[in-house]
Structures are given as structure tokens and as C-alpha cells.
Ligand binder design. Structure first.
Ligand code: 3PG
Ligand code: MG
Length: 394
């Protein structure tokens, strides 16, 4: 993957336009609940400021209607947080596509939610050209949005005088490449979450590559169904049993393994007050809901992780938000923290689990991507990265 890198460019006195992914979770009052993406965007911004560039940063927030900018769409709270982290004021520019605002060298402004501009999502050329005209150098640092071909992630890269990858984008590409090309073996993937349907492509891709495929959550339930187990009232997709079977067949043919739970934690409801029971998987009753793996399974998964060379982690193995169903994910997190393997983790739930169990320092690389992380692992070409590759030689 050959892309120009920001760190190799002289930005002094240049107008630099950085497309970041500052799409962070907020509470109902608009307060930022989790600011990893804002922090992860700092190195590129600081590099430009320290080297005397006039810096414009933009991002999307949520999925607003184009042509409107409602109170919940504004980047205002993010401008405040960015200012705190940079120790300098960050002005928010509301209508910016046509220019008409000033940015001095050494100054940074935040350009309002780029998805409020008409034409952003459809990657409109006219919009992309206008945005490109604002800068001398376009930097894409929005790895979390690299799977979208939009005007700020794709079109602008064609028209800007120079188009390069920012530091976060570069780090993401390097870490994901390390985990996917010639990874240290055994290569273990953990794919958790509610639905096989949303992760079917990634499961099939990983089944061709990994030595162990640990499935968790509703996905594991569908796999249990496929191998003939009763799962009571558990979340699953019976219509995808054949697909789950196909994934297990691919793995088996390669002498690789999908370790299914031998014991589980069940309750009759998902709630903080639910009474949890640990039972062997054969004893799941008709009204039981499987909400976590049991201790024997946790120990087995921890052992697999302990012997791994590389770990790719997306999704928890239980409803870890509630403590009585957190045991499996906690044990896995602890095994990852203690393992010598290179571990790359991504996705919103995974980041929440990493935060809850305080293992951020012990994970090799934490990706800021959700959908982009999965699509990269699937081997898909991400449009935003392809757009930078196309500009490598000029
Ligand atoms: C994300 O949160 O996954 C990215 O910011 C992309 O957002 P999108 O799914 O709305 O394009
Ligand atoms: Mg939102």
C-alpha cells in the first residue's frame, strides 16, 4: 500500500485540510462520553501546528440530513474538547465550503460537520472541488470513515494539490497490515456480537486464514445451533445455521478450530438484576437465555489466547455491561493483557470492554475503526485509502 505520508511533507506556511474522524459518542446533553478518536487525531494536528501550517480540521458527526445542521449535529462540543487537549482555542467555522474565513499559520480551526454539506455523502465533484480549493495539502486521517467514498474522504483527494495520509491513518494501515500479512502464528480471531448476518463476510474471510476462530455472543449461539445444541430462548439467527456450518467446515478442512462453549451463563432476562446460572451447555433449558460463556470455556479460551502469536479482536463474548455476564469477556481481556501476542482490537463494543477492564496499555494496537476495521480485515479496498494511493506519484 503506497500512500504519501504527512510526516514526509514540508507543511510550513501551507494551508492544510485534515479530514479526521471525530465521530464520538455523546450523551443526551451532547457531552462527549468517550474521546479516543479526538485524542487519536492529535498527532497530525500537532505536527502541522508545530511546523507552521494553517490548519483546518473537519469531521462528520452522526448521520445528519444534508443541508441542515441541527443542534445535535454540531461539532461545537468537539471544538471545545480539541481546544482543551491542544491547550489553545479552536474556532468553529459554520459555513465554510465557499471559503471566506481566515486561518493563520500556527492556528487551527474546526470546520462544522462535513455531512451537513449537500453532496458530501454522494461524493459530489463540485463540492469536492470547492473543498480542495481551500487547501494546499489534503490530509486524510479518518481511518474510521475510510470505508466510505464521500466528498471529504474520497473526492477531495482527487482535486487537492497534494493528498496524503495522516499519522493515525498511517498507524492504522501499518498495524492492520502487520496482523494480516504474514502474522506470527497461531493467528487467533475473536469475533463476538449479536448477529452472524452483520459479520458473515468477516467470518468467512477469517475462516480461510486463522488457526482458531473464537465466536461469542449471539454469533456463538447460532454456531451452537448449527452443531446441534439446544439454546432455549437465546438470541440467534436460525436462518443462518447453514452459513455457520459452512464456516466451521472451512476451518475443519484446514485443520483449524472453532472452539464452541462447553459451559454457559444463562438467565431468563438481560438486566442488571437478572439471576445468572452457570450450567453445562447440554443443560440449557427452553426458557434460558445464554448471556456469557461459563468458567470452563473461559479457561479454555484464555489458554488459546496465551499460546497465540497474533490476535485479532472484534466483539465481546457476553453481555459484559452487566457484571454477572462479564466473566467471559473479562477473562479474555485479562488473557490478552498477559499474552505476548500482537493483538489488534477494533469496534465500539470492544473498545468499551477494553476500557471497562483497564487493559488499553496492554493491547498492541487499538483501532479507531468499526466498519472500516472489519472491511480492511476482509481484504476489501477501502475507497479513502485507494484515493490516496492514486495520488502517490504526484
Ligand atoms: C463510525 O463511527 O464507524 C465511523 O465514524 C463511520 O460512521 P458512518 O457509519 O456513519 O459512516
Ligand atoms: Mg451521534
Amino acid at each position: 500500500m503506497q500512500v504519501k505520508k504527512l510526516a514526509d511533507l514540508n507543511v510550513a506556511g501551507k494551508r492544510v485540510f485534515i479530514r479526521a474522524d471525530l465521530n464520538v459518542p455523546q450523551d443526551e446533553a451532547g457531552n462527549i462520553v468517550e474521546d479516543t478518536r479526538v485524542r487519536a487525531s492529535l498527532p497530525s494536528i500537532k505536527y502541522c501546528l508545530d511546523n507552521g501550517a494553517a490548519v483546518m480540521v473537519t469531521s462528520h458527526l452522526g448521520r445528519p440530513t444534508e443541508g441542515e445542521c441541527r443542534a445535535e449535529d454540531t461539532l461545537a462540543p468537539i471544538a471545545v474538547r480539541l481546544g482543551e487537549l491542544l491547550h489553545k482555542p479552536v474556532r468553529l467555522i459554520r459555513d465554510w465550503v465557499e471559503g471566506g474565513f481566515e486561518v493563520k499559520p500556527g492556528e487551527v480551526v474546526l470546520l462544522e460537520n462535513c455531512r451537513c454539506n449537500k453532496g458530501e455523502k454522494k461524493d459530489n465533484d463540485e463540492l469536492a472541488k470547492k473543498m480542495a480549493a481551500l487547501c494546499d495539502i489534503y490530509v486524510n486521517d479518518a481511518f474510521g470513515t475510510a470505508h466510505r467514498a464521500e466528498a471529504t474522504t474520497h473526492g477531495i483527494a482527487r482535486f487537492a494539490p497534494v493528498a496524503c495520509a495522516g499519522m493515525l491513518m498511517g498507524a492504522e494501515i501499518d498495524a492492520l497490515t502487520k496482523a494480516t500479512e504474514n502474522p506470527a502464528r497461531p493467528l487467533v480471531a475473536i469475533v463476538g456480537g449479536a448477529k452472524v448476518s452483520s459479520k458473515l463476510t468477516i467470518l468467512k474471510t477469517l475462516a480461510q486464514k486463522v488457526d482458531q476462530l473464537i465466536v461469542g455472543g449471539g454469533i456463538a449461539n447460532t454456531f451452537l445451533l448449527a452443531s446441534g445444541h439446544r439454546i432455549g430462548d437465546s438470541l440467534a439467527e436460525p436462518e443462518l445455521v447453514k452459513e455457520a456450518q459452512a464456516v466451521m467446515d472451512i476451518m475443519k478442512a484446514r485443520d483449524a478450530d472453532v472452539p464452541l462453549p462447553v459451559d454457559v451463563v444463562v438467565a431468563d432476562e438481560v438486566s442488571a438484576l437478572a439471576r445468572a446460572n452457570r450450567i453445562p451447555v447440554e443443560e440449557v433449558g427452553p426458557h434460558d437465555r445464554i448471556l456469557d460463556v461459563g468458567p470452563k470455556t473461559s479457561a479454555k479460551l484464555a489458554d488459546i489466547i496465551a499460546h497465540a502469536g497474533t490476535i485479532v479482536w472484534n466483539g465481546p463474548v457476553g453481555v459484559f455491561e452487566h457484571n454477572q455476564f462479564a466473566g467471559g469477556t473479562k477473562m479474555m481481556a485479562s488473557a490478552i493483557a498477559h499474552s505476548d501476542a500482537f493483538c489488534i482490537a477494533g469496534g465500539g463494543d470492544t473498545l468499551a470492554a477494553i476500557a471497562k477492564f483497564h487493559i488499553a496499555q496492554d493491547v498492541g494496537y487499538i483501532s479507531t475503526g468499526g466498519g472500516a476495521f472489519l472491511e480492511f480485515l476482509e481484504g476489501k479496498t477501502l475507497p479513502a485509502i485507494a484515493a490516496l494511493e492514486a495520488r502517490f506519484n504526484d
